[in-house]
Design a protein around this ligand. Sequence first.
Ligand code: FAD
Length: 357
Amino acid sequence: MEPLDVVVIGAGQAGLALGYYLRRTARSYVVLDASPSPGGAWPLTWPSLRLFSPAEASSLPGWLMPSIDRGYPTRDEVVEYLVRYEQRYELPVRRPVRVQAVRRADDLLRVESDSGTFPARAVVSATGTAATPHVPSFPGRDGFAGRQLHSADYRGPEPFAGQHVMIVGAGNSAAQILAEVSRIAHTTWATREPPRFMPDDVDGRALFTAASRRYRARNGGPPTQEVHGLGDIVMVDAVKDARLRGVLSPRPMPDRLVPDGAVWPDGRFRRLDAVIWCTGFDARLDHLDPLGVVEPDGRVLVDGTRSRREPMLWLVGYGGWTGFASATLIGVGRTARSTVEQVDRELAAARPAMRYA
Ligand code: FAD
């Protein structure tokens, strides 16, 4: 096969934003996606999930998410938007194609997949983190006899009716899951650090603005007093309602789990039927192992989004370490744009864009 200029791995929101900018260059490219249908990680989240920013502040480059009358967009509305975005820009996504390995082969990279090998001059990995839910090691976790699940496997509160449930985590997932489980179950909310709540009258737009100011200040911009960051809890209606009901009360983590519950440092015991770990995700970059770029902590050393060890490899969308807010719909466009500009420049420096008949 003729080498492509660029292979993007993953067609979630990050891969689509990259595609949007790549189509404006003269580069040949393809986006390979392991999922059988569009939407990246979004179809895997729970059905009642709502964004905490309005549609216009949750959009990819070029086309605003159509406005929704009934408050903030739902999971299914985001999926629908991503499906239509891919179609609208006729992005060359091939699926299902799972990339198994990327290897160096002279002056090219070989992208090996379950549907064949794609030689490429540059590769951008945008495979997300959804495949690797993070559950911290915790004393007694293996001996706990009740049900344990990660927020990635949470589908709704019904299985917990009447039960005693501990929800672990200080972010938006924990707050939103707590808000709905607490309607039909007895809940305990445990967090390692006290959660930080946004003021009631602002939404994710303010969160993004505040986080942007802090980011700029850390990178030599004007100083700021902003205290809010991207992980702070947005007071969507369900979370406000939980506060009204008196269940939005975090407590420190217990000392340990025991077979039928949890024990706190002061000896207090709480019976538990289930623990829901809302403790985030890790990047899984096995496909990059053959390049020798994956560090012991599972990440790749980058300057901006470009690998320090493999100059024709970029990574986008995995979180703050691959571009400010690059794991959000509104933030990934900026990172995708600067990445594509850099890829294009590097390819141009090597030789002119390849054009196909
Ligand atoms: P993904 O969406 O995970 O897409 C990656 C794609 O790569 C997938 O299609 C996958 O199949 C494919 N892939 C993986 N491995 C391979 C491989 N080896 N070969 C080929 N393809 C592969 N974001 C917001 O902006 N606003 C919100 O309000 C918001 N709320 C959230 C709430 C929850 C509970 C969660 C969990 C996330 C939320 N997010 C939100 C974040 C958002 O869902 C993710 O950060 C986003 O989906 C990441 O996009 P991505 O394109 O990087 O990865």
